[in-house]
Design a protein around this ligand. Structure first.
Ligand SMILES: Cc1ncc(COP(=O)(O)O)c(C=O)c1O
Length: 466
């Protein structure tokens, strides 16, 4: 009794704000404890083309001796997803992510039921999964796009051995920013290769840890020149490629968007809307859907993948409308010209994982989905409508997805009662920049597009010190 009254008077003495501070520190300590005690997720890998199953031998990106091009997929031991909020951020979905350890500050997609946009579009069940910065709904991605989900997953897949080497990521924007932030915060060696014309996408809330370095290809070059530069560096000892869509951690990180939606709604949605550049995010949503069917508690349907591109850069849309697994011929010069015209630049991938087994063609086909093409004007109008009704700025890519939903309603593919999931893949940059001063990452070196392998390797060997 004495103890209790002591406690009460102690509580009376400390103010409420102090209690909330204590609670905040308690949560941080709890999160650190979970990070320290995390047991790695158990999984095996499967070749989608021929069904072979084996152990992940490390940073496995392909199954050895596969007869045709194929993705590999993680098969998790745990069939029923157990959401673990105590793991922090997107690691609440760790059961279905190929992780070795947890990293700090991992943010998470946030799903909510739309009222205003839903009403405007005449939908009764519109769910928005928001990836970006919108603190009012609990969305805190500091790099403002769903690329952060890949970065937190890929970086958590690294073994201690790989952490002693340097991971190479080539990107035209959002991916580079996400990886740079996560690697900087968690002291992971990273080399980014980015076209010089895109480096204005490399803004951050504060200066980065020097374990993040940047090489550029000169102004006028494109994403593929940056990939080429990254590939040359990966031939050197101590450097390895992150792997893109082939990396199971990348896709299963992105599948947290679907995990967020399904666990929030309580069922697999009827439709999934997203704008695609490589299609990796949509493939990831499909793979999560297949896991939910096995889970057994959220229904047995496959959400129809409704994916969109920005006109005139529409290579996957063109192939899909011709019902062709193979991409149609696309002249490189024309592709560069078309890419320069679109507002959603992040959707201009010339070599997406569309045709290979387990790729986007299979995903749309298996879910009875469809593809849409959206003009710059339609995308801009959709962005404006979203900001006015949902209260936050979104990227043009997310505007493309919203415009495709409008098209699908107009052409009666989607009905008022359907359960619709709209993946807002990025947003809140305007708000983030109002809340924070930003700092820009500067290149360690800019190479000419015709730089020789010797020159590139010589520079990396002598000048980049990790
Ligand atoms: C905001 C945003 N939305 C959509 C996409 C397209 O994603 P994916 O390449 O997985 O198709 C990207 C790609 O960078 C993106 O940054």
């Amino acid at each position: 009794m004495k103890n209790l009254s002591n406690q009460t008077s102690f509580c009376k003495k400390i103010k409420f704000s102090e209690i909330s501070k204590l609670f905040y520190y308690f949560c941080i300590l709890k999160n650190i404890e979970n990070i320290m005690t995390f047991t790695p997720t158990k999984y095996r890998v499967q070749c989608v083309a021929d069904g072979r199953i084996g152990e992940d031998t490390g940073w496995m990106l392909d199954f050895p001796n596969s007869e045709k091009p194929s993705l590999i997929r993680a098969i998790y031991e745990k069939k029923q997803l157990e959401v673990k909020p105590e793991n922090g951020g997107l690691y609440r979905f760790a059961d279905w992510m190929p992780l070795k350890k947890l990293l700090k500050d991992a943010s998470c997609p946030v799903t909510y039921k739309s009222e205003k946009l839903a009403k405007k579009l005449g939908l009764k069940n519109l769910y928005i999964t928001f990836n970006g910065y919108y603190p009012a709904i609990g969305a805190k991605m500091r790099t403002c796009s769903f690329k952060e989900t890949e970065a937190y997953s890929v970086c958590a897949r690294l073994s201690d051995e790989l952490r002693n080497q340097v991971m190479v990521v080539s990107s035209a924007g959002n991916t580079a920013r996400a990886f740079a932030q996560v690697c900087s915060d968690n002291n992971i060696n990273l080399l980014l290769t980015v076209p010089e014309d895109n480096i204005n996408a490399l803004w951050f809330e504060k200066p980065l840890n020097p374990c993040v370095k940047l090489l550029c290809t000169e102004s006028g070059s494109d994403y593929f020149d940056a990939i080429n530069l990254g590939n040359i560096v990966c031939e050197m000892d101590g450097y390895f490629a992150e792997g893109g869509a082939k990396n199971i951690a990348r896709r299963d990180g992105m599948s947290t968007t679907m995990m967020s939606a399904v666990t929030f709604i309580g069922r697999i949605p009827d439709f999934y809307f997203q704008a695609v550049g490589s299609g990796t995010g949509a493939i990831a949503a499909w793979e999560a859907n297949l896991r939910f069917i096995e889970d057994g508690r959220f229904g047995t349907n496959k959400a129809r993948l409704m994916v969109s591109q920005n006109k005139p850069f529409t290579p996957m849309y063109d192939a899909w409308k011709a019902h062709s697994r193979a991409m149609l011929p696309y002249d490189a010069e024309q592709a560069r010209k078309d890419a320069a015209e679109i507002v959603a630049k992040v959707l201009s991938n010339r070599k997406p994982p569309y045709s290979l087994a387990g790729g986007l063609f299979d995903a749309i086909e298996d879910t009875n989905g469809d593809m849409f093409a959206v003009t710059n004007d339609e995308a801009q109008k959709a962005c404006d409508m979203f900001e006015e009704l949902e209260g936050i700025d979104i990227y043009h890519a997310a505007g493309v997805a919203t415009a495709s939903l409008i098209q699908a309603i107009e052409n009666k593919q989607v009905k008022a009662d359907d359960v619709v999931m709209l993946n807002i893949t990025g947003g809140g940059e305007k708000l983030f920049k109002q809340h924070n001063d930003v700092w820009y990452l500067k290149p360690n070196h800019v190479f000419k597009v015709d730089a020789s392998k010797e020159e590139i390797k010589g520079f990396v060997k002598t000048k980049l010190v990790y």
